[in-house]
Design a protein around this ligand. Structure first.
Ligand SMILES: NC(=O)c1ccc[n+]([C@@H]2O[C@H](COP(=O)([O-])OP(=O)(O)OC[C@H]3O[C@@H](n4cnc5c(N)ncnc54)[C@H](O)[C@@H]3O)[C@@H](O)[C@H]2O)c1
Length: 313
């Protein structure tokens, strides 16, 4: 099969590519090497694919429809990961977030339809639930986005559903909860919590927690996320699925666990909560289990792999 992975130089996209190449698929990686992140990291993420004859790199922007038309020739499957991923950044520049995330996704779906693509798998986010008080989060709940980023992701899901129901393009949206693992960007000022804590812990620097640390998250290891994408190639047409562990941990406990696993002397500093951040998060993963998903990695094991990778940087 020939697959297009958008955002393929990023964290999740590069792991999907690794899986696809390992399974003898041809891969086109499309990425604009978004300059708001360290371009060196993106290049490192894909460096080990460059000599694979089944790998092709296209530097391009999902807002550029003409370029997409050329890149989608003969593509069977699309894994659409490209996005502006920072909630904070989306609060600062909501228009750009909607342009890249929503319009970019509509471009992908539109070109996929006219290019006979077999299936398009869309990266969505648990952010669409916002601060709904009901826990755990179920796909049947009415979403309550709290940021332009969350709105942009919800738009993508609705668009994917319409393209399936009205035009017959096979799609599945995967609502990722907090994904972590090797290659996650830690250079961004909005780096995700796990790489951020690991980086500080490895250097015995102070770990900053925004809020009182009782906020909770449902963390899922990258290999489990790749598995959910693999499943979505043949299952879940037209659906939206939570991709998570179905377990929750507080940010305080996470910080303590990382300090313990890295044998670190880091102290914890508390700061004001950040705008747009949600308080509690845990997923109900009943729906995705029905199509065969089972998270394999415990948080402790996933963290060990992740710490090992970051300690070699
Ligand atoms: N990492 C998580 O915990 C998480 C959680 C929920 C949802 N998601 C979603 O998963 C997807 C992948 O996230 P990630 O963590 O790998 O992020 P990432 O920032 O590592 O990767 C995103 C990639 O998209 C590229 N990109 C940005 N704008 C682009 C554009 N206009 N055209 C082409 N490429 C562009 C970037 O250069 C980057 O390489 C995103 O859609 C994100 O919203 C991630």
């Amino acid at each position: 099969m020939k697959c297009l992975v958008t955002g393929g130089a990023g964290f999740i996209g590069s792991h999907i590519i690794e899986y696809l190449l390992k399974h003898q698929h041809e891969v086109v990686c499309l990425d604009n090497f978004d300059p708001s992140y360290d371009p060196a990291i993106k290049k490192t993420n894909i460096a080990h694919f460059l000599h694979n004859r089944n790998f092709e790199l296209v530097k391009g922007d999902v807002r550029d429809k003409d370029m997409l038309k050329k890149s989608l020739i003969d593509i069977n499957y699309i894994f659409h990961e490209a996005a502006l991923v920072s909630v904070m950044e989306s609060m600062r520049d909501p228009v750009k977030t909607i342009e890249v995330n929503t319009i970019g996704t509509l471009n992908i779906l539109d070109v996929a339809l006219s290019s006979n693509v077999k299936k398009t798998i869309i990266a969505s986010s648990a952010a669409v639930y916002g601060d709904l008080p009901e826990l755990p989060k179920k796909e049947s709940m009415i979403p309550a986005p709290k940021s332009p980023y969350a709105i942009s992701k919800l738009n993508c899901e609705y668009a994917a559903k319409i393209f399936f129901e009205e035009y017959g393009l096979k799609t599945t949206s995967l609502r990722y909860f907090n994904v972590y693992g090797p290659r996650q960007d830690l250079t961004s000022p909005y780096a995700a919590v796990i790489p951020n804590f690991i980086k500080k812990a490895l250097k015995n620097e102070t770990i900053t927690i925004y809020g009182d640390g009782t906020q909770t998250r449902d963390f899922i290891f990258i290999d489990d996320v790749v598995h959910s994408n693999e499943l979505a190639m043949s299952k879940g047409d037209g659906g939206v699925f939570n991709v998570a562990n179905g377990r929750t941990i507080s940010i305080n406990t996470l910080a303590e666990l990382i300090i313990e696993l890295t044998d670190s002397g880091s102290k914890i500093l508390y700061k004001e909560p950040r705008k747009g951040d949600i308080k509690y998060s845990i997923a109900d993963i009943t729906e995705i289990k029905k199509i065969g998903f089972k998270p394999v990695f415990s948080l402790k094991d996933g963290l060990k792999y992740t710490i090992k990778w970051f300690s070699h940087l």
